[in-house]
Design a protein around this ligand. Structure first.
Ligand code: PAF
Length: 305
């Protein structure tokens, strides 16, 4: 990375902004020019799923900002914060190839001033699904996403359907706080064999990588039976759990069928539902999901929160 000039640096042609003040100034300059700013918040270790979000942003906005910030408050005390991959130069190459306008790359001290005690929490939703097995995780996510939104002030922000609970919680936060940012949820990007792309997939051994496909296989089986007429959530879950059992080494964390807006369990999927699964493949925790029948789908077009 070349040296910074008043908080602004460049790497492989991407403008890197390290402070909230500089980020806000750059974003306001974009809007003063009458342009719309699209935003893709990430924790780095970028893959094709992130790049799909960047392209969606490019297609719906005039300028694109990506953030890379490995947010410590969304990791539990026993989780992999220090192990989280940080291939910064490679990330910059990928962003440069997509001609991203700004990379917001703050450090922890910039995002969490000493003594900060304020949180943003979507109470009632943040304890569900991943929030149950990762207490405090979603409070960390909604707090940092709000703070990033305050710095970037985007017109539209893009998140992946792969993190379905996160997507639902952020949509709800945007609605409840009257945020002036439109939330767009983009479809999950998958490997040819069905495995959902995730920055954590690099932790899988070759054998674990093969086993991991069972998550999408279980979801596909549920889709198959739902398409054939099964509407009972308990029966669909029984079918999904049966497929997961084909890989006894994999430890199921949760397998649930919930309302895609509230994350509350549903008994019947006729009105639409989110089928969500999380499992430990070795020590790596993977998640995946499927939206059934008119439950809010990941959208190419706009999803107003
Ligand atoms: O999905 C992620 O990568 C993170 O949870 C997010 C939204 C960037 C917040 O840290």
């Amino acid at each position: 990375m070349t040296p910074c000039l008043r908080g602004r640096c460049y790497s492989r042609g991407v403008k890197i902004i390290r402070t909230i003040e500089q980020m806000r100034a750059a974003a306001r300059e974009v809007r003063r020019a009458g342009k719309r700013l699209g935003f893709v918040p990430t924790m780095g270790a970028l893959h094709a799923g992130h790049m799909a979000l960047v392209r969606a942003a490019r297609s719906q906005a005039d300028a694109v900002c990506v953030s890379i910030f490995v947010n410590p408050t969304q990791f539990g005390p026993k989780e992999d914060l220090s192990k989280y991959p940080r291939p910064f130069e490679k990330d910059c190459e990928l962003l440069a190839a997509e001609k991203v306008d700004f990379l917001f790359y703050p450090d922890v001290a910039e995002m969490y001033p000493a003594g900060a005690i304020t949180w943003v929490e979507v109470a009632g939703m943040s304890e569900r699904l991943d929030g149950k097995s990762r207490p405090g995780h979603f409070r960390g996510v909604t707090t940092i996403v709000s703070k990033l939104f305050h710095a970037v002030e985007p017109d539209v922000a893009f998140f992946g359907q792969k993190d379905a609970a996160q997507a639902a919680i952020i949509r709800r936060m945007a609605r409840d706080l009257d945020l002036d940012t439109r939330i767009v949820i983009c479809p999950t990007v998958r490997e040819p064999d069905g495995l959902a792309l995730s920055s954590r997939n690099i932790f899988l051994s070759p054998q674990e990588r093969k086993r991991a496909v069972v998550l999408s296989r279980a979801l596909n089986r549920i889709q198959f039976h739902a398409d054939k007429g099964e509407r009972r959530a308990a029966e669909l879950l029984r079918i999904g759990a049966g497929v997961m059992a084909e890989e006894p080494e994999i430890k199921l964390d949760y397998f649930e069928i919930v309302n895609n807006d509230t994350l509350e369990p549903v008994e019947d999927v006729s009105a639409g539902a989110l089928v969500a699964v999380a499992a430990f493949v070795g020590t790596t925790r993977l998640i995946d999901n499927l939206v059934l029948f008119g439950g809010r789908q990941a959208s190419g077009p706009e999803t107003k929160a």
